[in-house]
Design a protein around this ligand. Sequence first.
Ligand code: ADP
Ligand code: MG
Length: 697
Amino acid sequence: MLNTPIEYLKGVGPQRADWLRDELGISTYEDLLSLYPNRYIDRSRFYKIAEINPIQAEIQLVGQITSVGIFGQKKTKRLVARLEDETGSIDLVWFKKFDVVRVFLKKDIPLMIFGRANTFQGRIQMAHPEVENLEDYRTKPPIPLHPVYPTTEKLQKRGVNNRLMVKLFQELIEELKDQIEEIFPQEMLDEYQLMDKKEALVQMHFPSALEVFSKAQYRLKFEELFFLQLTILMRKKDHQKVWTGYAFTRVGKHFYRFYREFLPFFLTDAQKRVLKEIRHDLGQPIQMNRLVQGDVGSGKTIVALMSMLVALDNGFQSCLMAPTEVLATQHHYALRKLLGPMGIQSSLLTGSTTQLARKQLRYGMESGVISILVGTHALIEEPMHFQNLGLAVIDEQHRFGVAQRAKLWKKNKKPPHVLIMTATPIPRTLAMTIYGHLDISVINELPAGRKPVKTVHRYENARLEIFGFLKNQIAQGRQAYIVYPLIEESEKINYQDLMEGYESISRAFPLPEYRVGILHGRMKSSDKEAEMRRFTRGETQIMVATTVIEVGVDVPNASVMLIESAERFGLSQLHQLRGRVGRGAAQSYCILMTSDKLSDEAYKRIQVMGRTHDGFEIAEEDLKLRGPGDLMGTRQSGILDLRIADLSKDVQIMGQARQAAVKLLEKDPELSTPDNQTIRNTFIKYHQKKIAWSKIG
Ligand code: ADP
Ligand code: MG
């Protein structure tokens, strides 16, 4: 019944069926059933004519017709009826079907009028309203909250208007009433206080009261998110079954020696906890898939390094992949510095590694002389064989696609354990979705002694004052970044901005007292590297840069982050940039420079930055401001094609739905008990096209 083609529904027919399919993607009864209203009109209330204002949505009135007449010629020909109540009068206007309308417009008896008011030549009027005898209307009053369905211009033009849609739904629900089955077992309905499926659907289309409506909405959102979570959890389970991995049972001499003799500081409790979680995973004969989320500066690198030592202790190689050459190089030097003294060999592979060096690398990799290989995309592109890759660490992964990552571990016979590190805290709903198949560790603590970065907002006209402040900081031995929005590295205008900025900054901070460096994506990588090195060593005091420095760059002596045209950056970028300072002992500053023409949204972003340093809070705000579609390319992933739930709002429901799915799979991993058959069947139906059940069940 649910699969019945929509043309068989009373009131549809083949022509309208085509339109509905083309415009709204509706082909079956079931498709129609889950086309939910956009909004509802409150039909429990009557307005007085004096209360009408033309920006209201549809409203209802009660009044009497005092006169009816036809005015105008040809195209402007219209029927106008004057409606009065005790507070005033308005005109009701029709442009066609005069004969039909006239029949309804009986004078001197109370009528119910329903429609949307507008103004015409300064007078309020209502075009093509619904009209009904008040007495008739009272005997069968409309649904109190009147649904308004999504529609398109084409449908409207062809007469498939809301009135018709409402009729179709009334028909549909009447026909399907006894066909709609409950999906969830009673136990689950009780535990999560879910409304029965049938009632929820009826209430969603024709709510009897607001309270009941919210319960219906909750139920349907829960159901949608439950199946989303069930899919993710099934995928995870499936993955673990297929991908056995190497069990690193030894935590041995390299690890402990480093810990005792070479670790330059004490680990934070959060770092210790996350390391423990990783070590636990590595010890299992299942491939690890763990995401470490830690705010900028929380010390993820050392966690990665120590995990790689566990691999080494078990006779395996590791690789560390970073999104930019600057970052890969920096990681390479950091690892060299820490591991060199222990005699552990690590090497670097980037796009600019010479052929000769590659040859040597290849030898080192295949023979196992090199224990750790750091690199960029080149790691994936170069046909390089590890002797035995046991652990792949991916830093700032949001820059790598899933497919790219898969390439990396295809090189090995068995997949290596995978550790993904990200400084982009993502909202919980998204984490549960995009990373729902991963295990997540959170480093929620910064190393001791860090002072929060002071963040201020300044307009262009404060530039002199700001430069004075920079000079003052430099006089105290500090360094500064000045960042320009070069969002698309190929955009010429942006590039010009940067170069002009660089010139004017070089004038404002002249040699020999000051030395200004520059870093952007168009530079040769050897130049980039040299600039970065000069800054790291304190030879330049100011680094003018684009967002190349956004990710991961670590210079603890830098204490000022000045962001030019800050209104052109997104929240997570601003947060990343700010994270480049505040890494040393000195008080650090983030200055957000903007023009004085700010959009509301840009202003809100700047405000958020001033208010909080918490990456998670910033991520939640970002989601609210931008909506989930934009975030992290999730639109393409298709996983977020949700009909009713909203990832920026339904965090709590998502949590409940995930919990329910986890519990269910714990009790009944194969969904084989009789109670869970409807869930199983629904699940199969949802995913018939995507996943073969045999692989899962
Ligand atoms: P991120 O998490 O942003 O990648 P990093 O790993 O680059 O952070 O670490 C930021 C800085 O903090 C580095 O200079 C690193 O040496 C230092 N650091 C990391 N852990 C600690 C710690 N437990 N105590 C003190 N400093 C630390
Ligand atoms: Mg980092």
